[in-house]
Structure formats: C-alpha cells, structure tokens
Design a binder for this molecule. Structure first.
Ligand SMILES: Cc1cc2nc3c(=O)[nH]c(=O)nc-3n(C[C@H](O)[C@H](O)[C@H](O)COP(=O)(O)OP(=O)(O)OC[C@H]3O[C@@H](n4cnc5c(N)ncnc54)[C@H](O)[C@@H]3O)c2cc1C
Length: 501
C-alpha cells in the first residue's frame, strides 16, 4: 500500500463515498478507510431529490440507482400541527424539481451505501474496509495523515495532504479540528425504531411517500422501503425520554398504540425479528454542530460535522452536499492558485448556511399549534425566496433552497464537463499534418498543445465563465467553477451588476 496520498477519507457512508469520488474524478490519489465490512446497517433511509438527481448524477450512479428498484418517493404526507387531517406535498410543485427530478427514493441504506462505495472504487478511490482510524498525524499546525488498525489487526500510518473526517456521529477524530461539538438545546429528542412487514400503504400515487405523524409523546416516521417492508420509528420529545427505557419492544408497541394513524397502518403487520432489521434500536444525542469544520489539513463533513433532526430527512442531503462543497475546496487547493484558507472558508460558509436554513425551519416546524400554511410561510422566510410560500417550502424540504445548480440542474454541469473532455480528446486525436517533422518533436508539440488546451479549459473553469452561479453567497466569496468541481473567483462584471441591483 502507498503511504502517501493526496487525500485520506475516513468513513465510507454517503458522505465519504461522495467526497472521495468527486476528488478522485479529478485525478487525485484518494484512500478511503472504512471501519466496517459493507453491507452494514445504517439509519437514514428517506432521501431528497437534491441527493438523488443532483449529487448521485454527478457521481454517475443514477442508472444503477434506477435499476436497484428503490421505492419512489413523490413527497411527504404529514399528520402534523393544528390540522387534524393528514396533508400531502409533492416535490413536483416546485419548478426546481421538474419532470424526472420531481421524485426521490426511500432506500435500504445497506444497499444504497454499497452502491456509492462500489462506485467510488470504480472511479479510482482505493477503498479499504475493516480499517478503523484511531487518530490523526499532526505536523506543526497541520494534520498530515491518520493512524488506523487494518483488517489484519496491524497498526498503520498513512500521510496525505488532506484528511477528511466523514466517519459520522461516532467519529473518533472530529475533536482534532479544534472547538467543541455543540449539542442542540432545542432538539434533545430520542429515536426508537424497528421494521415491520405487511404494513398498509398510502393510496396511489403516494404509496412511496414518507408518512410523519405527530402524537402526544412526539412523532412517528413510517417509511415504505419495499412494497412489504416498512421502517417505523418514534421520535420522543425530551420530557418523554423515559418511555424508551427497559423493554424496547414493549415501549415501541405501546407508543404505536398511542398513535391511532400508525396503529391503523400497522394493524395487519408483523415486526421483523431476525437479520439486520430484527433489532429495535435507539439513537439519542444526534443533534449537534461542530464549532469549526476545518483546520489546515483536516476537514469535517456529514454527521462528523453536524446533524439536526430526522424530520424532513435532511441528513444524507447535508452530508452529500457538504461533501460536494468540501470536494471543491480540496480540488481547488490541490490545483493551486487560490489560497487554502479562502477555499475552505467557502466550504464552511455554504455548509453552515444550508444547515441554518434547515435548523431554523425545523425549530418552527416543531410548533404543533401552527398549521401547514404557517410552516410554508416560515420556509419562505428562512429561504428568503421570491417563490410562493408552498413552493419555498417544497424547495427547502427537497434540498434545493441553496440555489446550487449542482443540486437541481446537475445535467448542465455534466454537459459542460463532457464538452471540455471532448475538446481535449479531439486535440489528442488530431492527425499529424506536418510533413518531415521529427516524431519526438511532433509528440512534444502535441503534448504542449494538449497541456495548453487543458490549461485553457481549467482557466475557463477557474474564472467562472459559463458558471451557473455568478453571485457569491457572501462578500469576497467564491463561486462554483464551470465544471462544478472547483471554486473560482466571480466574474467582476457580474459582481458589479449584482452590487448595483
Ligand atoms: C433517528 C435518525 C433517523 C434518520 N433518518 C434520516 C432520513 O430519513 N433521511 C436522511 O437523509 N437522514 C436521516 N438521518 C441522518 C442520517 O443517518 C445521517 O445524516 C447520514 O447517515 C450521514 O452520513 P455520513 O456519511 O456522514 O455518516 P454515516 O452514514 O454514519 O457513515 C459513517 C461511516 O464511517 C464509518 N466509521 C465510523 N468510525 C470510523 C473509524 N474510526 N474509522 C473508519 N471508519 C469509521 C462508519 O462505519 C460508517 O460507515 C437520520 C438520523 C437519525 C439519528
């Protein structure tokens, strides 16, 4: 095994697979270390369109996901707030999620995470499972590698220019970034969850929707994973946490009995008692945010950095969007030309913005005395959106509120990337026309021409020509490059225009 890499990624969940793939696709050497052997169980099964049609498309796994036959999710159905009747929203309400992009998936994470990890391998990432990272290597003020125990039980050390902590909520290295993990004062809930077969489905065409039902002790999620299998979890409010003590099965069944709609949906169902879905699990202390997301040589993304709450399924979205933002910072810093601090400040600012949008909205959503119209109004307020209140709400809960082209229009990035690639291969494949010129000289001039052309394309990307987003999200900030994989300086003309308006 090589012991020097450009990037070492710790953790092979959606966050780790995403960032390692997006960095390896730029030709950098990436090692991913995963503690478990996949497939392994994980919660977080309801995805958003921004992940399915944005990130997954950039990763190149859309067709494979479509073939996997995951349950199609058109939106959500909620029995929530003052309204005693369930209400439903569809992603298709928003113009951001038009046509094919108006759906997402409910996924068995064992299968979904395996698809992303295998794809990372195919895209050039060196993936090593059963490798548990215990510590980081520090040189001066810089993190420059990790120490881990391999499947053979032997301790190893690898060095890299960047270490990415994508090892989720149980991360052992997140504290090295400096600052604390701040636990939410507001979200101090606990989740108790298991799996059932034979549960009822919502009427077509919403049979794949997530169903969320509030009741006195908190709320239930009811996620159809296959036509027969359902993920069912109770999220208990802080004053109800004692309900999860003792016999978990008894506790879950009692809670189901207190929530008439969920009891009705599970009336003919049986709890799964064997295999990876046979356990009734508890998760608590999951709502937190790190005070810092990076320091020289180390970056935290996904649950290693922050998570809010299961309602509206923002976890995988935040993890994979954060991975895209951090991948741009790493790719730009490795290429050079933009200061490392500038690159990572951009990642952190945008990631915190997206976190804050969801956080502020979710706090308001937990007000059970309000009705859906006031939730929609709040969504418009936190997103500062010009669209209608309902559309603002759908954009937010679909993961499209950041106005980030890669999440809602990944196709245009792919088209540009393909055009740039065609331009390069065209030059390489151009026939030799200079008669009598020495072969070596010809090859050298050809190589120079390719390099020049490559540089032109990179510069074009770097100055943001053709970029989707011309306006930085903060003064002095950067914008995504034309290929979507780097940061670049905003076009001064655009800046002037945006300052005037
Ligand atoms: C109750 C509950 C319900 C949720 N429901 C949803 C939902 O419906 N939709 C949604 O989008 N999100 C949901 N989430 C959030 C979701 O689970 C996470 O946000 C998501 O899994 C984060 O992805 P990640 O890649 O950052 O971390 P993870 O998925 O946790 O992956 C981290 C990986 O790192 C590995 N690892 C850990 N330590 C080490 C180590 N020392 N060395 C090497 N590898 C290591 C782990 O084995 C794991 O594979 C829910 C969360 C909770 C608590």
């Amino acid at each position: 095994m090589t012991t020097e890499y450009d990037v070492v990624v710790v953790g092979g969940g959606p966050c780790g697979s995403t960032i390692s793939t997006l960095v390896a696709m730029q030709g950098h050497r990436v090692l991913l270390l995963e503690k478990e052997r996949f497939p392994r169980y994980q919660i977080g099964e309801s995805l958003l369109p921004s992940t399915v049609h944005g990130i997954c498309r950039l990763l190149g796994v859309s067709d494979e996901l479509a073939r996997a036959g995951f349950m199609t999710k058109r939106g959500g159905t909620f029995r929530w707030g003052r309204n005693p009747e369930p209400w439903t929203f569809s992603f298709s309400i928003s113009s951001k999620f038009a046509g094919d992009a108006s759906t997402a998936y409910q996924v068995e994470r064992m299968r979904f995470d395996q698809i992303l990890l295998d794809n990372a391998r195919r895209k050039g990432v060196e993936v090593r499972e059963e490798c548990a990272v215990a510590d980081v290597v520090v040189d001066g003020d810089r993190v420059c590698g990790v120490r881990f125990t391999g499947a053979d039980g032997v301790r190893h050390e690898v060095r890299a220019r960047y270490v990415v902590d994508a090892s989720g909520n149980t991360s052992r290295i997140h504290a090295h970034v400096g600052g604390r993990r701040r636990y939410s004062e507001f979200f101090r809930n606990l989740a108790l969850f298991g799996y059932f077969t034979g549960g009822k489905r919502l009427p077509a065409p919403n049979q794949g929707n997530i169903l969320a039902v509030a009741f006195d002790a908190g709320w239930f999620w009811y996620i159809p994973l296959t036509p027969d299998l359902t993920s069912v979890g109770a999220v208990l409010l802080p004053e109800e946490l004692d309900r999860a003590r003792g016999d978990r099965e008894r506790a879950l069944l009692d809670l189901i009995g207190e929530c008439p709609l969920i009891a009705e949906y599970l009336a003919g169902a049986e709890r799964v008692t064997t295999g990876p879905y046979g356990e009734i699990r508890v998760r608590k202390d999951y709502s937190y945010i790190q005070e810092k997301f990076w320091r020289p040589g180390l970056v935290l993304v996904g649950d290693a950095a922050c998570f809010i709450d299961p309602v509206f399924s923002s976890g995988v979205h935040l993890a994979t969007y954060g991975a895209l933002l951090a991948a741009r910072s790493i790719n730009t810093a490795l290429r050079g030309g933009v200061a490392e601090t500038t690159c990572f400040e951009e990642f952190e600012a945008r990631y915190r913005q997206e976190y804050a949008r969801f956080h502020d909205f979710l706090v308001a959503f937990y007000d059970m005395h309000a009705d859906q119209d006031s939730y929609f109004w709040k969504a418009k307020k936190v997103t500062n959106n010009v669209a209608s209140e309902l559309e603002s709400f759908v954009e937010l809960v679909g993961g499209g509120a950041s106005h980030e082209g890669a999440l809602v229009d990944a196709g245009s990035y792919l088209d540009r990337r393909e055009a740039a690639f065609r331009e390069l291969t065209d030059i390489v494949g151009r026939p030799v026309t200079v008669v009598g010129e020495d072969r070596d000289l010809l090859q050298a001039s050809l190589a120079r021409s390719v390099a020049r052309q490559g540089a032109r394309i990179q510069i074009q990307a770097a100055i943001g020509e053709n970029a989707d987003e011309h306006t930085p999200v903060r003064p002095g900030g950067l914008v995504p490059s034309a290929d979507g994989m780097h940061w670049s300086s905003p076009d001064p003309g655009t800046l002037k225009g945006s300052q005037q308006s």
